[in-house]
Design a protein around this ligand. Structure first.
Ligand code: FCB
Length: 485
C-alpha cells in the first residue's frame, strides 16, 4: 500500500455498469428544435410554417402563446453556443427550419437561411461539439400545407429536394442526421386529434400523412446516401411500452390497437418493410388512409438506416372504453385526455396508476419502461445502434429567492432514466448516446411556455438564461461519463 489508504491501492478499473459508468465513447448531448427556440420568424427571408399559422389561431395554444420570439435563439446564437460549451456535452441536436431554407417549400435555397445554420454548425465545431441535425421537427412551410401538406404525395418530393439543398450546404461539416422527429406526432396530433399544426381532425388523412412522412424519410435517406455517403442517418421515433389495464381480452385488444398505432405503424415498415395487417384493416374504412401506398414505397421506407433515435418520456396503460368502471375499481385513475391521449378511434382509454409519480405534463415516471422499449426494438426489430434522442421532464420550476433553481425532481428523473439506459446496455442493446430534452426551457407546442423542460431556465420576458441545478448535475455526469453512485 502506497498511500496508506486501502482504496488507493485497489486496482483501477472502470466502475461497473451497475455503479453508473457508461461505455467509452458514449455520446452525451442535448436537443432542441427550431420553432421551439429560434424566434425571429420573419428574419432573413424565412417564410411562415404551419406552426406560425396554428399558434396564432385563437384557442390553439395555452395563453395564445406563439413561437414568434421563443428563446430568441436566432439572435442569441453565440451566447447559446457558449452555454453549450459550458455544459460540456459532446453533442448537440438541433433542427433546421425548412421555411428558412425554402420559404414556400419549393425553389432555390434562401442563402441567408442556410447561413444561420452554417454559423451554428461552425460554432459547434469550434467548441468541439458534434452537430446532429434533424431535418424535420414539425415546421412544414405553410405553402406546402396549403397544397395538401403531408396528406399529399407531392410533399415527399419537396422534402427530398429540401434535403438535397441542406445536405449540399452542410454535408461537409455534419455527419449525423435525423430525417424526421416523431412522425407519429406530425401525423396523428397534426391530422387526427388536431392538437398540433395544422390542426386537422381526420383519421384517413392522418393515416395518409403517416405513409407520406415515412416515404419522405426514405427519400431523404437516399438523398443523404448520395450526397454525403459517409454520414450516419437515422430517424427519431416516440415509441413506448403500451400495457393493458388488465388481462381481460378487451383491454388487451385495446392495448394492441394503441401499440399498433404508436409503435408498430412506424417500426414495422422501417424494419420489416410492411405495415401491420391489423392497422391496415383498422384504417381501411378511412379514406384516403393507406390506399396512398404505391408499389415500391415500402422498399424505399425500409432501406437500412445507421441508427434509431428513441424519444422516450413515459409508458402508457390503457383499457377498453367499455371497461372504465373495472379499471377504476382496480385502482386506476382516468385522467382528462392530454396530448398523449391516444387517438380517438382506437377505442382505448388511457388510465394512470395513482401510486406512480408523474411529471408536470401528467406523464408517469417509470424509467424501466425505457429499458423495456429498447430491448423490444433489439429483440423484435433490429440490433442496430440506438440513441436516446430525447428524454427529459417538465416540472414546476421556480427561481428561488437566492436566484437558484433547485430542480431536484428533474435530476432524479434524468438519473433514473440514465440508469435504465445502462440496464439496456447490460441487456445487450447497443445504446450509443443520450440527449436531454432540452438544454433550454422553450415553447412546448400547444402548452406554450407553461411547461419547462430545460436544464436552463429562460426568462421569456428578458431572454435571460439561468442554468438550473440539473445543468451542473449533467455537467458532472458527462465529465465523468458516469452517474454519481
Ligand atoms: C417531444 C417533442 C419535443 C418536445 C418534447 C417534450 O414529443 O419531439 O419537441 O416537445 O416532446
Amino acid at each position: 500500500m502506497v498511500g496508506g489508504r486501502y482504496w488507493e491501492d485497489a486496482p483501477i478499473v472502470a466502475l461497473q455498469r451497475g455503479s453508473g459508468a457508461f461505455p467509452d465513447g458514449f455520446l452525451w448531448g442535448t436537443k432542441t428544435s427550431a420553432y421551439q427556440i429560434e424566434g425571429s420568424v420573419d428574419a432573413d427571408g424565412r417564410g411562415p410554417s404551419i406552426w406560425d399559422t396554428f399558434s396564432h389561431r385563437t384557442g390553439a395554444t395555452r395563453n395564445g402563446d406563439t413561437g414568434d420570439v421563443a428563446c430568441d435563439h436566432y439572435r442569441r446564437l453565440d451566447d447559446d453556443l457558449d452555454l453549450l460549451a459550458r455544459l460540456g456535452a459532446g453533442a448537440y441536436c438541433f433542427s433546421i427550419a425548412w421555411p428558412r431554407i425554402q420559404p414556400t417549400g419549393t425553389g432555390p435555397a434562401n442563402e441567408s437561411g442556410l447561413d444561420f445554420y452554417r454559423r451554428l454548425v461552425d460554432g459547434l465545431l469550434r467548441r468541439s461539439i458534434v452537430p446532429v441535425v434533424t431535418l424535420y421537427h414539425w415546421d412544414l412551410p405553410q405553402s406546402l400545407e396549403d397544397a395538401g401538406g403531408w396528406v399529399s404525395r407531392d410533399t415527399v418530393g419537396r422534402f427530398a429536394e429540401y434535403t438535397r439543398i441542406v445536405a449540399e450546404a452542410l454535408g461537409d461539416t455534419v455527419s449525423t442526421w435525423i430525417t424526421l422527429n416523431e412522425p407519429w406526432c406530425s401525423a396523428w396530433l397534426g391530422y387526427a386529434t388536431g392538437e398540433h399544426a395544422p390542426g386537422i381532425r381526420d383519421h384517413g388523412k392522418a393515416a395518409a400523412a403517416t405513409h407520406h412522412l415515412l416515404l419522405a424519410h426514405g427519400a431523404a435517406l437516399q438523398v443523404l446516401r448520395a450526397t454525403t455517403p459517409s454520414a450516419q442517418v437515422g430517424i427519431g421515433l416516440n415509441i413506448q411500452p403500451i400495457r393493458p389495464a388488465s388481462d381481460h381480452d378487451d383491454d388487451r385488444a385495446a392495448c394492441r390497437r394503441v401499440d399498433g398505432n404508436l409503435n408498430r405503424l412506424y417500426l414495422d415498415p422501417l424494419f420489416k418493410g410492411r405495415y401491420p395487417d391489423d392497422m391496415l384493416e383498422h384504417y381501411s374504412g378511412h379514406a384516403p388512409g393507406f390506399d396512398v401506398v404505391a408499389a415500391g414505397d415500402l422498399e424505399t421506407i425500409s432501406r437500412p438506416i445507421d441508427f434509431l433515435g428513441v424519444n422516450f418520456y413515459s409508458p402508457t396503460t390503457v383499457c377498453a372504453p367499455t371497461r372504465r368502471a373495472e379499471a377504476q375499481a382496480a385502482g386506476f385513475w382516468i385522467p382528462e385526455p392530454d396530448r398523449r391521449a391516444r387517438v380517438g378511434d382506437l377505442n382505448a382509454v388511457q388510465v394512470l396508476r395513482p401510486e406512480v409519480s408523474r411529471t408536470q405534463m401528467g406523464w408517469e415516471i417509470e424509467p424501466g419502461a425505457l429499458t423495456e422499449i429498447m430491448v423490444r426494438v433489439h429483440d423484435e426489430y433490429a440490433t442496430l445502434p440506438l440513441y436516446v434522442t430525447e428524454n427529459g421532464a417538465a416540472f414546476d420550476d421556480y427561481v428561488g429567492p437566492d436566484g437558484e433553481i433547485r430542480d431536484a425532481e428533474r435530476i432524479g428523473y434524468l438519473d433514473g432514466h440514465l440508469r435504465a439506459v445502462l440496464d439496456a446496455v447490460g441487456a445487450g442493446v447497443d445504446v450509443r448516446g443520450y440527449f436531454v430534452w432540452s438544454v433550454l426551457d422553450n415553447f412546448e407546442w400547444a402548452h406554450g411556455y407553461s411547461k419547462r423542460f430545460g436544464l436552463t431556465w429562460v426568462d421569456f420576458r428578458s431572454g435571460e438564461r439561468i442554468p438550473k441545478a440539473s445543468f451542473a448535475w449533467y455537467q458532472r455526469t458527462v465529465r465523468d461519463n458516469a452517474l454519481e453512485p
